[in-house]
Design a protein around this ligand. Structure first.
Ligand SMILES: [Zn+2]
Length: 157
């Protein structure tokens, strides 16, 4: 939160203090064209309330954000006549996050450019079955820690 409302680039964009190519806005989210588009129509959807990563947001706020991502994504696809969409959200420097205000990329994709999947970002790593069991156990044990809205049951959603 240190660079919160005051100096944060995306907070300034959401408040209209820095101009942007806005495509959508409501009480809670703001959507605008990425200044470094990967394809025409590359759009960012951000929550107006500052949070550096998705883990700093409440679960309901994340849900509300992604409802709007779906809403805006339909417009991006129709408005660009894209063949598909990549929807990407990175958390932390290790994940390639540059601006430390949560943002969801909606990137129009075209069959003509050759579909690049996650393979283009990270190659497949072969892992032993025991390794996968250990990782799954560790994640399972950790799920629900830090959750404020659920946490009573593992599977009953
Ligand atoms: Zn911000």
């Amino acid at each position: 939160m240190t660079e919160g409302e005051g100096g944060c680039l995306f907070c300034k964009i959401a408040r209209g203090e820095i101009p942007s190519k806005k495509v959508y806005e409501d009480a809670n989210v703001f959507a605008f064209l990425d200044i470094n588009p990967r394809n025409p129509g590359h759009t960012l959807v951000i929550p107006k309330k500052h949070a550096a990563t998705i883990l700093e947001m409440g679960e309901k706020d994340v849900g509300a954000l992604y409802e709007r991502v779906r809403y805006v994504a339909a417009g991006v696809q129709a408005g660009t006549k894209a063949d598909g969409l990549s929807i990407v959200q990175s958390n932390g420097k290790a994940a390639g996050q540059v601006v430390t205000h949560v943002h969801v990329h909606i990137i129009p994709r075209y069959l003509s450019e050759g579909p690049v999947s996650l393979e283009g970002v990270l190659g497949v790593k072969k892992m032993a079955d025991e390794t996968l069991d250990g990782i799954a156990a560790s994640i399972k044990k950790s799920i629900g820690n830090g959750s404020e809205e659920t946490g009573e049951s593992d599977f009953d959603f």
